[in-house]
Write a protein of this length. Sequence first.
Length: 166
Amino acid sequence: MEIRRGGPADVPRILEMLDEAVEWLVAHGRSGQWGTDPWSATQKRQDQIAGLVDGGTTWIAEVDGRAAGAMVVSPERQPYVPAVDEPELYINLLVSSRKYAGNGVGSGLLAHARQEAERLGVGLLRVDCYAGSEGRLVDYYRRNGFTATSPFTVGDWPGQLLVQRI
């Protein structure tokens, strides 16, 4: 796996990976995370991903030259997350293609985020995620070195904030 800098040209592939994830979640009875509609089906979600890519630093994990995962990091947190009194690197998006599930794509991108935080001299890496479905996604981040801190809700969507000290 190789990780390269991404950009606006990667938005269609990121949307495709998000669509794959929604399809998989729905097939496994876990539509609470992102609903049942593909990300690419609504202009609002397309604009949301384009905005994340434009406003942050995008990293694309490639396997055999094919985009297998994407991550967007930024010094800016999501608006529903409490501010901190120190510089941070915030993971605003992490998705991997279902075609590469179990190959460590997400973990590789998270390791890259840690390296980026170190390179930037930032001591705090934060991410938030869906906390429903028995906390499976929260557990994933814990296995990757994060510590769960503050649970929150956005409407009726249960979320969990996680941190990792660098």
